[in-house]
Ligand binder design. Structure first.
Ligand code: KIV
Ligand code: NA
Length: 273
């Protein structure tokens, strides 16, 4: 069982690995491979729900998919995102929804796209016993505010702002920090400045760990960001399996005798009356 204290111990000694998952079979593959953290990211909006941003993803979406992931994972730490609209209204709203992710879905921790407005929430959750992973740099829930998914922290002023917010969230009790799409030297400086583990995506090699979106890694995404890397071609595998199935049904090859034969003496539990 990977715990938040294990991650803190690992930081700086061994690299931390994290991948997203949105369903049980994928989560179980990731878990059995020995990946440290499984993130039920709101990237599910783009990755598997057919949306073109994370904005439409709801608490019910995350609860349903986080439940599937948490039930399938034995060893990894399971973290779920608080989606857009689930914590911005008030401290109470954020506490209530984070609590639901632990109580109803069974995750171990929550991730929150961080800013000046999430310092109090992070502190309240940490004090309540809900571990918080902070997230700075590119925060995709701000796409309408940012006007796109560009790199963040590219000026002295914005880089310092990221560093200040990283420190503020560490002080508030966050157990780790995701740094997304920031210059490598900014990620390295933040990693040096704080004690909690940093996990990078499009943030260079010097964070304590790395995270990618699973559909990008598997080669299942329609589009991947330039900082992602495809480690497989699952889309091609799926295409070939589906083609073979269609051809086998159309040709009458499937179902064959072995799929049809019922052994004598086998009782059909739901036999029609
Ligand atoms: O939703 C997500 O997958 C994320 C990671 C990219 C960090 O937030
Ligand atoms: Na996310």
């Amino acid at each position: 069982m990977v715990t938040v204290t294990d991650l803190r111990r690992k930081a700086g000694e061994e690299r931390i690995t994290m991948l997203t998952a949105y369903d049980a079979p994928t989560a179980s593959v990731i878990d059995e491979a020995g990946v440290d953290v499984v993130l039920v990211g709101d990237s599910m909006g783009n990755a598997v729900m057919g949306y073109d941003s994370t904005i439409p993803v709801t608490m019910e979406d995350v609860l349903s998919r986080a439940g599937a992931v948490a039930r399938a994972v034995d060893d990894a730490l399971v973290v779920a995102d608080l989606p857009f609209g689930s914590y911005g209204q008030s401290l109470e709203q954020g506490v209530e929804n984070a609590t639901r992710l632990l109580k109803e879905a069974g995750v171990d921790a929550v991730k929150i796209e961080s800013g000046p407005h999430t310092v109090d929430l992070t502190e309240r959750l940490a004090n309540t016993g809900i571990p918080v992973m902070a997230h700075l740099g590119l925060t995709p829930q701000h796409v309408n505010q940012l006007g796109g998914y560009g790199r963040q922290g590219t000026t002295q002023e914005t880089a310092e702002r990221i560093l200040d917010l990283a420190t503020a969230h560490e002080d508030a009790g966050a157990f780790s920090l995701v740094l997304e799409h920031v210059p490598a030297n900014v990620a390295a400086d933040v990693t040096d400045a704080i004690d909690i583990p940093t996990i990078g995506i499009g943030a260079g090699p010097d964070t304590d760990g790395q995270v990618l979106v699973i559909t990008d890694v598997l080669g299942l995404s329609e589009w991947s960001p330039p900082f992602a890397e495809q480690f497989g071609d699952v889309r091609a595998e799926m295409e070939s399996a589906v083609d073979d199935y269609r051809e086998a049904v159309e040709s009458g090859e499937f179902p064959a005798e072995e799929h049809t034969h019922v052994e004598e003496g086998v009782e059909l539990r739901y036999a029609p009356a």
